[in-house]
Design a protein around this ligand. Structure first.
Ligand code: GLN
Length: 461
């Protein structure tokens, strides 16, 4: 990516990004632009450079921010009516770290409201189109961020991934998507979805950029007690895999998976072989339970996290409400999207007494079995390879009347989320119709840089 220096002005980088965003307005990647503020910041960076000061490792680089990261410029909406007019008093740690290195936020990107979804169709502000076909979905929930990078508006964008929300839109739009180990990047100041699987990561056009952005965001934050000590510290060349062995997950290469997706992933496996990796098929029988586990545990956490939106503490309050009960019920009825409500209902159901043991507790036990199965696989392999999604981007509207079909699209991305392990989405090809296809590399906890190292070895530049 282009960094501002004596010859490259931050103001020019930011102007070019804003212009490109305007040209691409009909994709609806952004919910709001941060034009005046971004240009002010760019002038400050240019002045710093002119004075001979260090303007940071991302000096003047424009970036796009998923609209569930809090920062005080403009509204942070999470693509929900509930937060349509919400102005944050704080800045998310991840954003603060990126901005401290000189990067400049040009706008906030579209998502499924509260990040609930896999297509960005659940946004209160309407869907984002795929960068390669306007009639198709951008993927989700970080659809806007993926499209902003794919269209070349910005060199990187931030997203959040709870069950695939970075990896899947990355694969639908042909860019890299990094979902780090749980706890790598602070979640302070990001609108919570599911606290045991929420992770913050990024989209970029190449491995080097992705690695740089992640290395800046990663590390301990006293405002998020689940953050790990910074382990994103190596030069990428040194993050070598120990075994040079990769397992190809058989369970995700069979029935129900698009032939072109399979072919693209096998093609990528061949490339890895040529680069000296041993590729072996592996079967992981617990994976078939992952979707059921996810859609019990995650709604439970969602129901709990969304209980704070009561019409009193944050954002929207219904004008129809005549008493306290109605403030709660009407505000929540009007402020949430149907998918948010569906998850609140499922979550409260699986947590209710009488059903807790049968659903929530059972799901958590099965989750442990899944984690054990991954651990066993990583005794033998550095990483596991599979598709990101069963098929390329689907049509806008195709799944909207069938929530279960929509959930099924998440089958390959939710397992690493439940295990808290890193997943990297890599663009590996295109379908005959010209739609991007992604492959997913998954590794043990804190092997994030190793995954990027592997991808860099076979990266097409
Ligand atoms: N598509 C998944 C879901 O709907 C993942 C969402 C996410 O990662 N935020 O839950």
């Amino acid at each position: 990516m282009k960094i501002a220096d004596k010859n490259t002005k931050a103001v020019d980088l930011v102007r070019a990004a804003l212009e490109k965003a305007k040209e691409c307005e009909d994709y609806h990647a952004f919910i709001s632009m941060n034009e005046a503020h971004a240009l002010d910041r760019a002038r400050e960076i240019d002045a710093k450079i002119a004075r001979g000061e260090d303007a940071g490792r991302l000096a003047g680089v424009p970036f796009a921010l998923k609209d569930n990261y809090l920062s005080p410029e403009g509204h942070t909406t999470a693509a929900a009516k509930m937060l349509e007019n919400f102005i944050s008093p704080i800045t998310a740690t991840a954003v603060a770290r990126i901005e401290a290195e000189g990067a400049i936020m040009i706008g906030r990107t579209n998502l499924d409201a509260y990040a609930h979804g896999g297509s960005t169709e659940n946004s209160y502000f309407g869907p984002t189109s795929n960068a390669y076909d306007k009639t198709r979905v951008s993927g989700g929930s970080s659809g806007g961020s993926a499209v902003a990078v794919a269209l070349g508006i910005v060199p990187f964008a931030l997203g959040s991934d709870t069950g695939g929300s970075i990896r899947q839109p990355a694969s639908f739009n042909g860019v890299y998507g990094v979902k780090p180990t749980f706890g790598t990047v602070s979640r302070y100041g990001v609108v919570a979805m599911a606290s045991s699987t929420d992770t913050m990561g990024c989209f970029a056009k190449n491995v080097e950029d992705a690695n740089l952005v992640m290395s800046i965001m990663a590390g301990k934050d006293e405002k998020d007690s689940t953050t790990l000590d910074d382990f994103w510290t190596k030069p990428l060349e040194e993050a070598k895999p120990a075994k040079k062995k990769i397992g190809l997950i058989k369970d995700f290469m069979g029935e129900g998976v698009d032939e072109e997706v399979k072919a693209a992933v096998l093609g990528y496996a061949d490339k890895l072989k040529k680069a000296g990796y041993e590729i072996e098929e592996i079967s992981m029988p617990t994976l078939k339970y992952a979707l059921a586990i996810y859609y019990i545990v995650v709604p439970a956490e969602i129901a709990s996290n969304l209980s704070r939106y009561d019409g009193i503490r944050y954002g929207f309050r219904s004008k129809e409400a005549k008493n306290l009960d109605e403030i709660y019920s009407k505000t929540r009825d009007e402020g949430f999207m149907p998918e948010n409500k569906r998850r609140i209902m499922i979550g409260n159901f699986v947590l209710s007494s009488g059903f807790f043991d049968a659903y929530y507790l059972k799901a958590q036990k099965a989750r442990t079995l899944l984690i054990n199965e991954y651990n066993k696989a990583f005794e033998k392999y550095d990483a596991l390879l599979c598709p990101v999604a069963p098929r390329p981007a689907f049509k806008i509207g195709e799944n909207t009347s069938d929530p279960l079909q929509m959930y099924l699209e998440d089958i390959m991305t939710v397992p690493p989320s439940l295990a808290g392990i890193p997943g990297l989405s890599i663009p590996v090809g295109k379908s005959k119709a010209g739609l991007p296809i992604g492959a997913q590399l998954v590794g043990p906890r804190q092997s994030d840089q190793t995954l990027l190292h592997i991808a860099a070895e076979v990266e097409e530049k």
